[in-house]
Ligand binder design. Structure first.
Ligand code: NAP
Length: 335
């Protein structure tokens, strides 16, 4: 089968499409014929040699995929049958014609959703759902500040905050991105490049600050984050786009607010945790992707690249030019 591949860590130019062995489903695993996958920042880090796949995971890039069930390993419980349209949360291997996945990490493709849209759901939406509900324990009426609001995770988080009857506000680096976040449901947005987001957040919340911060930026934002966190607020760190170094009196500032810092990584969580997360998402969120649902959730696809243009897809994300998800379409081949 064909798969995205690189021989040595480095820039996007190191990527190419290679013929590799088709995987075989193991105990309790399903073989999926991939129609589309999507890019994540983790793919960029892995390509640079800075985020190796967890033990036992495929070393092929790709943390999510959508396609059809093409095979069942021993011990599968009968939840899935050949030909079912599915989307998969993966520890790796999605940017290939076939991938294997534990049956409990699959979700049905919602009615009215294409494989291209479905590929944009698992990693970003499950991450945002996990951060808001499992980690941040979001409550109705709370205000949530979402950094990198126009990112794949950010656009999902905005809609999930609305679904939880809470108020999303965002930061982003361009006016175009802020406009997209407003269309997705953000109540306010601030351009961190030319305005002080902390002042703006305090003005928006009439001085009280936000209940939750979803932060994938890290180091460069720490002081402003603490200044606009409400007393007893939760600061959820799930990425370090600006680095992880902090200089200053972070602990005293945190203590004065009785604030708490939470951190989370999805990829390295165990199989059972991911199964619980997927199950909760299927029950509580998936129905809202279908036409006519209210509110109607939408996976936001920025652009679609065929697998053989994987280099250009990585470049676009590395240059922060995407709004929402970059989807990789697999070559059409008979089974
Ligand atoms: N912990 C987990 O389980 C988990 C899971 C999935 C993703 N993540 C993390 O979530 C983040 C978003 O992922 P994604 O795939 O959705 O990303 P994405 O779509 O590529 O968006 C990332 C955006 O972040 C902004 N950004 C980049 N560097 C920045 C900096 N130094 N300061 C401020 N903003 C910066 C850029 O937008 P602007 O133009 O607005 O600057 C960029 O477009 C990444 O950090 C990723 O590693 C974590």
């Amino acid at each position: 089968m064909l798969a995205a591949h690189f021989d040595s860590p480095g820039g996007p130019e190191n990527l190419y499409v290679k013929e590799v062995m088709k995987p075989r489903p193991g105990e309790g695993e399903v073989l999926v014929k991939v129609s589309a996958s999507a890019l994540n920042r983790a793919d960029l880090l892995q390509r640079r040699g800075k985020y190796p796949p967890p033990k036992g995971a495929s070393d092929i890039l790709g943390l999510e995929a959508a396609g059809s069930v093409a095979g069942l390993g021993p011990g599968c419980t009968g939840r899935w049958k050949i030909g079912d349209a599915v989307m998969a949360l993966l520890s790796g291997g999605g940017q290939a014609e076939y991938v294997t996945v534990p049956e409990g990490h699959l979700m049905p493709v919602p009615k009215d959703i294409t494989f291209i849209q479905a590929a944009a759901i698992p990693e970003a939406w499950l991450t945002a759902f996990q951060l808001l509900h499992f980690v941040g324990k979001i409550q109705k009426g709370e205000t949530v500040l979402i950094h990198a609001g126009a990112s794949g995770v950010g656009m999902a988080a905005i809609q999930l905050v609305r679904l939880a009857n809470a108020i999303p506000i965002v930061t982003a680096g361009t006016q175009e991105k802020l406009k997209a976040t407003t269309n997705a449901g953000a109540a306010a947005g601030f351009n961190y490049k030319n305005e002080d987001f902390c002042e703006k957040v305090l003005a928006f919340t009439q001085g009280s600050g936000v209940d939750i911060i979803l932060d994938c930026v890290g180091g460069s934002y720490w002081e402003k984050n603490l200044s606009c966190l409400r007393t007893d607020g939760r600061w959820v760190i799930y990425g370090l786009l600006s680095g992880g170094e902090v200089h200053g009196d972070l602990l005293a500032r945190l203590l004065s607010k009785r604030g708490s810092i939470h951190t989370s990584l999805l990829r390295s969580r165990d199989k059972e945790y991911k199964e619980q997360l997927v199950k909760a998402f299927i029950e509580n969120v998936l129905p809202y992707f279908s036409e006519g649902a209210s509110p109607h959730l939408q996976p936001l696809v920025d652009s679609i690249y065929p697998l053989h243009e994987i280099v250009e897809a990585h470049r676009k994300m590395e240059e922060s030019k995407n709004i929402g998800k970059i989807v990789i379409e697999m070559p059409l081949k008979s089974p």
